[in-house]
Design a protein around this ligand. Structure first.
Ligand code: AMP
Ligand code: MG
Length: 397
């Protein structure tokens, strides 16, 4: 042991004591609670309520390509007066006895007509059409106001957005949020990370992995150089993050001598949303706000960084984009037993076939080989689960 390290051990009580005390505490923050805290700490959609500015549809409309006619005249032949397209002004025609107007889907109904007979149910000869089945009033007509009346509440204030709801905003002429992606920076921490590693060193696999994950989750990502295990250098990097909204770090949040991120964040005055959760892998997970910047301090172990990145980044992106909280969980039956001797829920790697979970012999949270083979991670409660039991799982993306 070098002189400096020895000196440090004498001045500071060894952190190994804390490590033993903190093992698998049942009072660690449950995953769902940590996700909720993250959600509530970020600004939600500030959209005003949305009300219908006019009846929807604003006039009776054809819902099929066909002819508009008077249903009471049954199957008798009609003389065609012309054609109305979606967007045509229906004032051009009035349907009287013995007449009909060709209409395309979405066209406004001409006055006098009360039904549409679709093309498939028509015999057409020149300008004469004859229905092959007797129509009924209202057939294939979307009546005015069928979906909403002018003034109806369509979305309450602050409603989460979805692509579907964007269509409603657009229909009503309300401002549509810009489709800008959330900017995410990714930075690994650790003195052991080098490009050309000696046996005691490693390459940075978390950085590229987390950048790819953030990209897959829809963020605009920049991968930064990895940061040394040095408090002043970490502090400087945290204070000059540029225009990103989220910083994804990995490493430096656990109980080792070089795990400086929590104390550096505290010294900078960051609000720690949580640190340490009840999950394996992923106990050291940290989330903090430094001004508007969200820092997701992922554990350094690659599987841990991956799983927590997947769960927490998806949640943060949804919130910042004004969407509803994502539910990444599916359910499936285990094709084999999985032990869990700890007192934290375990996420265990599995292959997936026809919705069934085939557990892989995972070798822990540093096992990138198994991470690369897994389709999903299955939730195993303390005590373990037997073959055939249904449990929830999250897909690898
Ligand atoms: P830490 O939480 O920083 O103590 O890291 C825990 C473990 O993850 C250590 O074995 C690290 O070497 C490893 N690790 C940390 N960062 C990375 C990274 N960027 N890529 C691969 N492994 C890492
Ligand atoms: Mg480290």
């Amino acid at each position: 042991m070098g002189a400096i390290a020895f000196d440090k051990m004498i001045k500071e009580p060894p952190k190994i004591n804390d490590m033993a005390m903190s093992c698998d505490h049942p009072d660690l923050l449950p995953l769902e609670e940590a996700l909720r805290r993250l959600w509530e700490a970020l600004p939600g959609p500030g959209s005003p309520e949305l009300r219908a500015g006019r009846d929807d549809p604003a006039t009776d409309r054809a819902s099929m390509d066909g002819v508009a006619l008077r249903a009471s005249e049954g199957r008798s032949p009609r003389q065609l007066l012309g054609t109305l397209y979606a967007g045509s002004d229906p004032a051009a025609f009035t349907v009287g006895p013995g007449t009909a107007v060709r209409v395309m889907t979405g066209a406004a109904m001409p006055a006098g007509a009360d039904a549409i007979v679709p093309v498939e149910q028509l015999e057409i000869s020149g300008t004469i059409v004859r229905p092959t089945a007797a129509p009924e009033a209202g057939d294939h007509v979307r009546p005015r106001g069928e979906q909403a009346r002018c003034g109806d509440l369509l979305l309450p204030a602050g409603a989460p957005l979805s692509a579907a709801r964007v269509a409603l905003l657009a229909q009503e002429g309300a401002p549509v949020p810009p489709l800008a992606r959330i900017r995410v920076g990714v930075a690994s921490t650790g003195d052991e990370l080098v490009a050309d590693p000696a046996p005691h060193q490693i390459r940075d696999s978390n950085g590229p992995m987390l950048a790819a994950l953030a990209h897959a989750l829809g963020a605009e990502v920049t991968l930064r150089s990895s940061l040394p295990d040095d408090p002043p250098a970490l502090a400087a990097a945290l204070q000059s993050t540029g225009d990103i909204r989220i910083l994804l770090t990995s490493g430096g949040v656990s109980m080792g001598d070089h795990d400086h991120l929590p104390s550096v964040l505290r010294e900078l005055g960051a609000t720690i949303l949580f640190h340490k959760i009840r999950l394996k892998p992923g106990k050291p997970m940290l989330a903090a706000l430094l001004g508007d910047l969200l820092i997701l301090g992922l554990p350094g172990n690659p599987v841990s960084a991956y799983i927590n990145g997947l769960l927490f980044l998806a949640q943060a992106l949804a919130r910042l984009e004004g969407r509803a909280a994502p539910d990444p969980w599916r359910r499936g039956r285990l094709l084999g037993p999985v032990k869990n001797k700890g007192d934290r829920p375990l996420l265990h790697p599995c292959r997936l076939g026809e919705g069934r979970l085939d557990p892989l012999p995972g070798k822990g949270s540093a096992d990138l080989v198994t991470l690369g083979q897994a389709d999903a991670y299955a939730w195993i409660e303390p005590g373990g689960l037997e073959t055939g039991v249904k449990t929830r799982y999250v897909m690898v993306v």
